[in-house]
Write a protein that binds this ligand. Structure first.
Ligand SMILES: C[S@@+](CC[C@H](N)C(=O)[O-])C[C@H]1O[C@@H](n2cnc3c(N)ncnc32)[C@H](O)[C@@H]1O
Length: 372
């Protein structure tokens, strides 16, 4: 891809985090053009594609809107697709996979659509087959009311994979969701942060990276690195700038969990991402956690829903949890991610819901007491 051309871009975002992602783009001095359910449209050049992948904490992937046209039959789809400049994004030897969705359209046979696009692409690239290979270049195709939109994925592995978390426990949060929750709560890395039921440590880690102003994409690779004309020098320059902008963090980020495996996983993850010096993690149930004086933000994601068993009486569990949090963090602002408002109510804490989010297909509310 020519580094001077301006492309239509789209950050795919989990429901509920779109506005936070738009604010992240603005902070990068990239103007969000349209915020829709599931994403943010913006325009930019190659440099912006690299920066969006490097910096956005809440986006799942960054797409380049490659082509848009109306089509209602397969010969027409082939004709149009075959004329597209695929070679701007796809090397002749690259493996390509297609992800197709269709609604209310004459073209609705997803396998045949993929086959048609694949042979058009092969012909355009002057090759006879699409080679099988690891990490194929993803092409996303959406057909709605006969309007075909073809997008090229620039990210590769989803962006929540920051490259540091290998140890997980039950029901870990995606890093994109954990970062988004902190941003929705307006936490900017200057006040203490705690997660008393930290599991594998998503809030703690994302909090530490945010506080340090560390770019989340520094330690991984991206699909755009396999495009023709990949500008390694530009990428390294952007990474160098990001590293030089990191700040020292004096505040305490603390976590705990009653489960020793969770504590071990959280510690390993902190070690791997280089924030172990900033994060203190204890193996303790909430009922035994020390008194936290002063103020700060407590954020937690207690067990809920079908995935984690709360025993016979979940309300009683939440009611006890409410008392324990109040005792150990009396003057802190409290925030909780939970799928069941009745359980949040059972804590008897003055929680208000400020967002509705998606956690692995389950709708969860973000509840918080007033900020202090
Ligand atoms: C849903 S998981 C949290 C996942 C975490 N946010 C992550 O991203 O990995 C809930 C955690 O709460 C812990 N937990 C449950 N009851 C607890 C208690 N009373 N005290 C401390 N930890 C508790 C569990 O061990 C589990 O790790």
């Amino acid at each position: 891809m020519d580094h001077r051309s301006t492309e239509n871009l789209y950050a795919v975002v989990a429901p509920g985090l779109e506005k936070v992602c738009a604010a992240e783009l603005s902070a990068l001095e990239i103007t969000p053009q349209e915020v829709t359910v599931g994403g943010v449209a913006f325009a930019g050049r190659l440099r912006d594609i690299y920066r969006a992948n490097l910096w956005l904490r809440t986006a799942s992937r960054i797409l380049v809107r490659f082509a848009e046209f109306r089509s209602r039959d397969f010969p027409d789809l082939y004709r149009r697709a075959h004329r597209l400049p695929w070679g701007r994004f796809i090397q002749p030897e690259a493996s390509v996979s297609f992800r197709i969705t269709c609604h209310s359209s004459r073209l609705n046979h997803t396998t045949r659509i993929a086959e048609t696009l694949e042979s058009a692409l092969n012909q355009a690239l002057g090759r006879s087959t699409n080679p099988v290979g690891d990490n194929p270049q993803l092409v996303m195709v959406r057909i709605v009311d006969d309007q075909v939109v073809i997008s090229i994925d620039s990210s590769g592995e989803l962006l929540h994979r920051r490259g540091y978390r290998q140890s997980v426990t039950v029901a870990p949060l995606r890093e994109t969701l954990a970062a988004g929750v902190l941003m929705l709560l307006g936490w900017n890395g200057t006040t203490p942060l705690a997660d008393p039921m930290c599991g594998s440590g998503s809030f703690l880690l994302e909090g530490a990276l945010l506080a340090r102003q560390q770019a989340p994409g520094l330690n991984r690779s991206f699909a755009f690195m396999n495009w023709p004309g990949y500008r390694e020098g530009l990428w390294k320059l952007l990474c160098g700038e990001a590293q030089r902008g990191e700040v020292d963090v004096a505040l305490v980020i603390s976590g705990a969990d009653e489960n020793p495996k969770a504590v071990a996983a959280a510690k390993e993850n902190c070690q791997r991402s280089g924030v172990a010096g900033q994060v203190v993690i204890d193996q303790l149930p909430v009922s035994e956690q020390l008194l936290h004086e002063g103020q700060g933000l407590l954020v937690c994601n207690p067990p809920y829903g079908k995935r984690l068993d709360l025993g016979e009486n979940p309300e009683l569990y939440y009611s006890e949890l409410g008392k324990q949090l109040q005792r150990a963090y009396p003057d802190w602002r409290l925030a909780m991610l939970c799928s069941n408002p009745a359980l949040v109510k059972a804590t008897s804490l003055p929680f208000k819901q400020i967002a509705s989010l998606d956690n692995g297909g389950l709708t969860v509310g973000l509840f918080t007491t007033d900020s202090q």
